[in-house]
Design a binder for this molecule. Sequence first.
Ligand code: SAM
Length: 290
Amino acid sequence: MSQPKPLSRETQADISRWITRECGVVLGPDKAYLLEHRLSGLLKDFSLPSYEALRDRLLDGRQAGVTERVVEAIVTHETSFFRDRHPFEALRAAMLPAARQRWLADRAASLLPPRPIRIWSAACSTGQEPVSLAISTLEWLRSGAAADLRPADFVIVATDISARIIKMAREGRYSAAELERGMPADLRARYFTPDGPGWVVSTEVARMIDYRRVNFADAALASVGLFDVVFCRNVLIYFDEALKKRVVEEFWRSLPAGGLLVLGSAESLYGISDRFQPITMAGSPAYQRL
Ligand SMILES: C[S@@+](CC[C@H](N)C(=O)[O-])C[C@H]1O[C@@H](n2cnc3c(N)ncnc32)[C@H](O)[C@@H]1O
């Protein structure tokens, strides 16, 4: 196949608009090179002669494979275990104790068994974040901080737009290099088993995590459920303001008064929502639902 014509401004604008509608990610005109670079391989894979042909496929929406591959080519899945460390320390030191207080109050107020304590890892990529949340919770229980709770009293719902990434996360297999990025050796020994050249997460950890595919940009973003804590880190930064507001509104609906939202270190709710109070928990910033 001959070299396609360069991506024109008009086609770039059409494809960028389609991407924002499909997954929320905003690509300004300054991202033309990135777009061309990431999409050029797809022209070959789908035997398309030009970027215009790719745009037409996206706009007629009949070839689901192309849609998914374009979204895959655009979103970044960069992640690591215990990324930024402090939010996980705050989880153990302050967020889980606060959730436990609510759980104890629910138990005292009802004859029915209380609902589990629920944490949402929203935009979880290949699972390093929910696995870190599960391990932090298990370590907190091991420390004897909550003799009334067991691992079965926790559910971590982990969601991402990418079906391929969710499948990988569910398998729970990580290379030695991935584990070296953030997983301390003692926790690796406790919560992973050697598996060929890499490692696989223990059943104890896997049992706590419920992986699901959720696209924040779906017009009918269905409620994912009720949570005590939501971690949504390093994804809102890619969205336009309207989608940021819509997603944060969904978090507000998913949390009780006093429930906690944790964003990425470069993200904030400034100008997005005044329905959360910025707070510091064990030295780490978080937002408390009003
Ligand atoms: C940079 S990773 C962040 C992973 C993890 N939260 C962390 O901080 O390490 C961003 C993730 O957001 C997901 N994502 C992008 N757009 C999305 C959307 N519209 N709905 C749900 N997930 C999305 C991507 O697939 C990717 O796995």
